[in-house]
Design a protein around this ligand. Structure first.
Ligand code: FAD
Ligand code: NAD
Length: 466
């Protein structure tokens, strides 16, 4: 047994763990990160980045396919073809550049990376079997930061195997299926379902609830539902999955009326949520307080055990990379003696469907539930010049502000490219902007951002372009 000691030991090198490590390194805290697979975690290797790469490739392919059918823009093209192996290799290249960059940043900041699976001995000791080494390494630490992330939820009657895949496999297909069933119309189901459809696959999405993206309000997801239909995606709502057919070539489902049927599929993507990764590495031995399946934390990411911290997906919803990173950065600051709390007013959530959806702060129903008397105003992209020039006039920007003092408490948008508006939305809420601040700011013309200003002006009763 080899022994080592450090001030901060981080289990997991995903966005939460690696950002905590970089910040700790900057602050001069001796830090070790233990990573069992690859630096960058779910996000860089099998999540955010590869999914956005595949979505981009699919959009480019779809564009050429549309041009091949004739276009109002005067562009024509031959029938496109796709070599999916090259697409995957291109995506892997981006992942490699980014994960290599994380390794370089950790090194630059003096962080030691241990490649292996960590097992908790107690709140101050972890054992690691390093890859390619039989002798365990025992690391003692003053602070233990848990950042092991999450894993895909499996349907017990249709486990991941063969043609039944999770997002991980769906992001690296060796071949494209002819027909794919996607179980779950949440983030992953709709982002990847849309990409596969644009790559020419016949896609059916099966969702248990009565609308797609049920976490968002109905008005916001309407343009997404319309676009799915337009793309030719078959969406089955209020439908439950029963399992695979005997020959494994179809998915058996039951609709809201109790009628059963089978949907042919040569691949099934199950995207019914993710759960914190709490098993198999000795976490239970710490007897930490839990919040459902997640490790319970306070507003400083402290667990119920002194000097044991938890961040990111392991600590539950919202399971978003930018939340994990923000928590990681904060924990390093606190360990270095700074006074910090995790209490963001704005936690942006973006769904990279076509059109994209952005939610920051409170939606109208949430504001009402919080007992706030609010003004709600929308500005449609059909009245925005830039939206017309990029052929994307569906969708809108919506603002929610307090009636008494005009403080903006929420922004939502749906439309092509609106993910980039999330920055302005978050900043305006964190900086306590009033409707007058946004309405009185000059927004560049022609941009989608003008719809942000116009939504604020409309809430004040004097929008200019509608
Ligand atoms: P993870 O990224 O899961 O990292 C945890 C790391 O810990 C892993 O590398 C794992 O190997 C390691 N580990 C686990 N146990 C041990 C152990 N015992 N010993 C050593 N190492 C261990 N979020 C967004 O904000 N935007 C998006 O666009 C987005 N797209 C996504 C698309 C997909 C397909 C998926 C699946 C997720 C997406 N997410 C997105 C969510 C995002 O990936 C996660 O919220 C984020 O990765 C969480 O970071 P984390 O550091 O908590 O955990
Ligand atoms: P999700 O929670 O977003 O969606 C799961 C969907 O599956 C829900 O609509 C739910 O009603 C449905 N469902 C659950 N059980 C079902 C069943 N048996 N049959 C039919 N439908 C069923 O989960 P996800 O899409 O797997 O994504 C997991 C998490 O990863 C997200 O919650 C998010 O935190 C993260 N993520 C984020 C992004 C992003 O930020 N753009 C992208 C992908 C993933």
């Amino acid at each position: 047994m080899r022994n080592q000691s450090t001030t901060l030991l981080i289990i997991g090198g995903g966005p939460g763990g690696y950002v905590a490590a970089i910040r700790a390194g900057q602050l001069g805290i001796p830090t070790i990160v233990v990573e069992g697979e690859r630096l960058g975690g779910t996000c860089l290797n099998v999540g955010c980045i590869p999914s956005k790469a595949l979505i981009h490739a699919a959009e480019e392919f779809e564009k050429v396919r549309q041009y091949a059918e004739g276009s109002a823009l005067g562009i024509s093209a031959g029938t496109p073809a796709i070599d999916i192996a090259r697409t995957v290799a291109w995506k892997d290249g981006i992942v490699k550049r980014l994960t290599g960059g994380v390794g370089a940043l950790l090194k630059k900041n003096g962080v030691q990376v241990v490649n292996g699976w960590a097992r908790i001995i107690d709140g101050k000791t972890v054992e690691v079997i390093e890859h390619g080494d039989d002798e365990p390494l025992r690391i003692a630490c003053q602070h233990l930061l848990l950042a092991t992330g999450s894993q895909a939820v499996e349907l017990p009657f249709m486990p991941f195997a063969g043609n039944v895949v999770s997002a991980t496999e769906a992001l690296s297909p060796a071949t494209l299926p002819k027909r794919m069933v996607v179980v779950g119309a949440g983030y992953i189901g709709l982002e990847l379902g849309t990409a596969y459809r644009k790559l020419g696959v016949a896609v059916t999405v099966v969702e248990a609830m009565d609308r797609v993206l049920p976490a968002y309000d109905a008005e916001l997801v309407k343009p997404v539902a319309t676009a799915l239909k337009h793309l030719g995606i078959d969406v089955r709502l209020n439908t439950s999955v029963l399992g695979l057919s005997h020959d494994g070539q179809a998915v058996r489902v039951r609709d809201a009326h109790g009628d059963e049927s089978a949907i042919e599929a040569d691949r099934v993507l199950v995207a019914v949520g993710r759960k914190p990764r709490t098993e198999g590495w000795g976490l239970e031995s710490l007897l930490l307080d839990m919040n459902g399946r997640a490790v319970k934390i306070d507003d400083q990411c402290r667990t119920s055990m002194r000097n044991v911290w938890a961040i990111g997906d392991l600590a539950g919803e919202p399971m978003l990379a930018h939340r994990a990173m923000a928590q990681g950065e904060m924990v390093a600051d606190i360990i270095a003696g700074k006074k910090r709390h995790f209490a963001p007013n704005a936690m942006p959530a973006v769904c990279f469907t076509d059109p994209e959806v952005v939610v920051v702060g409170l939606t109208p129903p949430e504001a009402e539930q919080a007992g706030l008397d609010c003004i709600v105003a929308s500005f449609p992209f059909s009245a925005n010049g830039r939206a017309m020039t990029i052929e994307s006039t569906d969708g809108f920007v919506r603002v929610v502000a307090r009636k008494d003092n005009h403080l903006i408490v929420g922004w939502q948008a749906v439309g092509r490219g609106v993910s980039e508006l999330s920055t302005a939305f978050s900043q305006s809420i964190e900086m306590g902007a009033l409707l007058e601040d946004i309405g009185g700011t000059i927004h560049a013309h022609p941009t989608l951002g003008e719809a942000v200003q116009e939504a604020a002006l409309r809430a004040l009763g004097h929008a200019l372009h509608i």
